[in-house]
Design a protein around this ligand. Structure first.
Ligand SMILES: [Zn+2]
Length: 265
């Protein structure tokens, strides 16, 4: 009898050990759901699904977008529900040129200086602070553009942000992540099954999976269908014991702490 008791103790200690060695807040991987560009369908289609499942996401807002101008109080409400309001610049400038004819000359990053980019982005931080009262923020590069001319502008703002999200579709382990250049998988018509494969890969490789949605059931040419969006989120919820689903700021602060402790060792 005593031996059985000792064996139970031994195996339960093994289970505890393997759980605590899981890198992502005690889970196999982390998934961050991000929604870009302040689109009405985020308020009307994405939020109801997220809230019904109790999942928290990050909304990268362009402060002077149409939806922000007309539905400011709806966007403000997201923060009270625990979602993150992230910075996606004031006017959504991008590098114009061939294939980017839609970029207006006033908001073409070819015509920007680093100073103007920094000032507009800091203004957006102030705007977001007025909405949610927070001083810690994450950023998402517009069109994935990271430079004004030859100069990276995020370096000038590294103390303004905990993290910045780029648009490369890769996933990395916790010690390999560059917080000022976080990768993400951009959704453009994928099925739920395809997105679920990404989540499975993240679990298998103990990685961070960041998803980038634009249109959700419409609102943008880069779109996810409503059924695919719902089925994917339901899959994440069902696997919550293995997947840490949280806004970018929470995950980025966790990574920052993890990486600084490992460096000290
Ligand atoms: Zn954008």
């Amino acid at each position: 009898m005593k031996i059985v008791f000792l064996l139970v103790l031994f195996f339960s200690s093994l289970v505890c050990k393997s759980q605590s060695s899981l890198p992502w807040n005690g889970k196999k991987c982390a998934v961050v759901l991000t929604y870009d560009d302040a689109i009405n369908q985020h308020l009307d289609n994405a939020i109801p699904v997220l809230d019904s499942l109790g999942l928290k996401a990050t909304f990268y807002l362009t402060a002077f977008s149409n939806s922000m101008q007309t539905r400011l109080s709806d966007w403000k409400k997201l923060a009270t529900k625990g979602h993150e309001l992230g910075n996606h610049t004031l006017y959504h400038p991008c590098i114009g040129g061939k294939g980017r004819e839609w970029v207006r000359p006033e908001y073409d990053m070819n015509n920007y200086t680093v100073r103007r980019m920094v000032d507009e982005t800091r203004m957006t931080n102030l705007f977001l602070q007025a909405l949610d009262g927070k001083t810690k923020r994450t950023f998402a590069f517009t069109c994935g553009d990271m430079k004004i001319g030859d100069s990276s502008f995020i370096n000038a703002m590294k103390h303004d942000f905990v993290a910045a999200r780029a648009v490369r579709n890769q996933m990395h382990k916790i010690n390999e992540i560059d917080l000022l250049n976080v990768d993400c998988y951009m959704v453009n018509g994928e099925t739920a099954a395809q997105m679920i494969e990404w989540a499975k890969k993240a679990m298998e490789t103990n990685s961070l999976l960041v998803i980038l949605f634009h249109g959700v059931g419409g609102g943008n040419s880069l779109n996810v269908s409503l059924p695919a969006h719902r089925e994917f989120l339901e899959y994440l919820k069902k696997n919550e014991k293995d997947i840490w689903i949280a806004p970018m700021l929470d995950v980025a602060e966790y990574i920052e702490k993890y990486q600084s402790t490992k460096t000290k060792i």
